[in-house]
Ligand binder design. Sequence first.
Ligand SMILES: [Cu+2]
Length: 115
Amino acid sequence: MTPRLVLAAGALAAASVLGVAACGGSDEAAAPVATTEVAMAKSYRFDPTAISIEAGETVTWTNDDNFTHTVQVDGQEDHKVERGERVSITFDQPGTYHYLCTLHSKDMDGEVVVG
Ligand SMILES: [Cu+2]
């Protein structure tokens, strides 16, 4: 029983150190969030901007904004997403995929890191 408690305390300490390190960085580019859900949030942005998934997983973008947006992964077709709608794209090959909204390309882009 005692060894398990010690292990748990160790893991907690490690997590705290990681949290501090993340806060210390003032860099705008945050580490990719492990999720398959991206919101087109108000206004004109993808949230989270960078995500990480496993090969073969499907990412769904949901338009929660008041404007029509699109999702175009570099080199692929453009998908228009009206208000309240969504689009899903499956990533089979590992790699880093940049994408953007072709209607607001200066404000809206993001990244899918496929492991
Ligand atoms: Cu847009």
